[in-house]
Design a binder for this molecule. Sequence first.
Ligand code: NAD
Length: 731
Amino acid sequence: MTDFTIAKDAEGIATITWDCPGKSMNVMTGEALEELSACIDDALADEAVKGIVITSAKADFAGGMDLNVLAEMKEQAGDNPAQGLFDGIMQMHGLLRKIELAGMDPKTKKGGKPVAAALPGTAVGIGLELPLSTHRVFAADNPKAKIGLPEIMVGIFPGAGGTTRLVRKLGAMAASPYLLEGKLLEPKKAKSAGLIDEVVDDPVAAARDWVLNATDADLVKPWDAKGYKMPGGAPYNPAGFPTFVGASAMVNGKTKGAFPAAKALLSAVYEGALVPFDTALKIEARWFTNVLMNPSSGAMIRSLFLNKEALEKGANRPEAPDQRVKKLGVLGAGMMGAGIALVSAQAGIEVVLIDAKQEAADKGKAYTESYLDKGIKRGKVTEDKKQQMLGLITPTTDYALLDGCDLIIEAVFEDMGVKAEVTKKALAAVGPDCIYASNTSTLPITELAKASDNPEQFIGIHFFSPVEKMLLVEIIKGAKTGDRATAKALDYVRQIRKTPIVVNDARFFYCNRCIIPYINEGMRMVKEGVAPALIDNAARMLGFPVGPLQLVDETSIDLGAKIARATKSAMGDAYPDGEVDEIIFFMEGEGRLGRKSKAGFFDYDENGKRQGYWAGLEATYPRLDTQPDLIEVQHRLMFAQVLEAVRALEENVLMDIREGDVGAILAWGFAPWSGGPFSWLDILGAEYAAERCDQLQAAYGNRFACPGLLREMADKGQSFYGRFGPQAKAA
Ligand code: NAD
């Protein structure tokens, strides 16, 4: 036994303790499930045992299932992976059902042994599904603990009975935020919501106490008792019917049908609600198998869980001593600088916030204050915390205060001259070891580094807006950037709890390089006469949070025009986007600059609320009589982005496909169900992707030409993860 151990005492309590060796958090594995099963069998068979307490030796109960287990179950099943998965899942259900029925007589429901769960801290995923199968759940009063079922966030759903039990416990409507949105709660709120039963100082003592005093009736779950009715009503009941119709509409409205797990979850809930509990578990297992067999779930787990975590833990960090930031200088207290100061102070870092004028610097700090005030109103921040954070930010115009900074992040106007001037001023005020970073979105890091005598200490740290919300930070290595600068940027991003990717310097780096063709393809289609609603909805049905035309309105037409002019002057005759510029300059000429001018591809009301597409567009760009197929529009939008990602890999701008996938989902919401551009191409298969490139190129132009790398992979029958994944790299 390694993960679960059993100890029996004189009072007749068997305490089963979960303690994964060598890990700070318990995660469930196949072997651990077998051990738990053996402990339960032992306790149920031993006449001296009156009841069971299941707990953890760690600060938390459990972080969930080791997601590699699901992949293993599939692999080990050989020719029939669906059957293998289904059998594995049913085995898990069998164990949890054994705990729930606890040896009671099936007819009289008497004679079972009480089982209670004692949760010292966080209990998520199977870490809650297991407690839900016990008869009473006690949690420690630990406000930092998180309780819930977050599976949907990585493209699966609670498949160890959590879906069926929670719906039967709370009703479909009340369970939906936990199942469909993966909402996590601290213990007191989890108790109010009905996820757990008690919040106490000492959960093990309380659980023991309860077990010793439990009666037969305490052990019978409502769904195992006669006359059980689902809270809120079952689907065929007049009260329950609207819940299911509403939930179905809501899920489709939110996901546009693009996320297989949400749909499957809803089917499991609906169909499960029509049948007895044990059949409902079987239905849950079938839908869970269905989701696991869909390549989307594997791709989502890989990108949003395994690879995201690997990048956060420093998978691509060069060897260097600890580079955590103690004192940060931020140059420019505008929209980005203010956000960078906020997230840094949140991480406990001292910040000197510099702007050309004191009012501008003060305004930058005031951003943190108003952010914290909103937090106080919502009960998420205390006055103490606010004062402590504000105390960390010093707004000033005086560069001398930068003395002692070990990292500077520059976020002044996007102008080479202005940036060079502040770089020189700042570097004159700091020590020789200070690392200097620019938050530029378009200027080459290698060029900017020329303002420093130490280009090896110069790097790009590119945030996305709004800084406090966006989860990704793109780190850009200039031609001379050294390892310590990269390690510093990575350690800083880890301090502020965001996900980093590290790329080489090239026009628009990685993320903007791929977003721009997405937006441009949308505008090209408008010019060809494709209906704007078809373009934006095609993107949303792929799972993008906003369509390309809406995205232009949000980021503004004049920004697009500015980038177009600058890129054209830099690229000269090689510039490929003249056709797109025509429509950008047309919109600019009409004064329709996007949401900020309350006119763009959309009309807006006085409050900036979208009112529908601008009817005037059609006068200049008449609609095609025959509109293209949805799939054709979707493929144009997808290929425009993913081919750019492949070119970034070919050119070594991108060095790790994991970063390409994770970055795309976190930075611009690239179809999350696909796992990212490279995962999507792997799902399509290189051969089909190359064939589609040829067709799109013939129909729409050379921007869709198949990159040499993709063609080669198609010829050799390779996949991106097979060729460039971490295992392939390590081999
Ligand atoms: P902004 O105009 O809101 O802020 C720039 C700030 O720099 C202003 O407060 C200005 O007073 C200050 N400033 C200008 N010259 C200065 C000088 N010589 N000394 C001190 N302060 C000076 O711009 P922003 O949107 O915060 O962008 C800043 C940088 O971040 C730019 O390089 C931009 O390309 C980049 N960026 C912006 C976004 C975005 O979405 N806005 C995203 C990523 C990166």
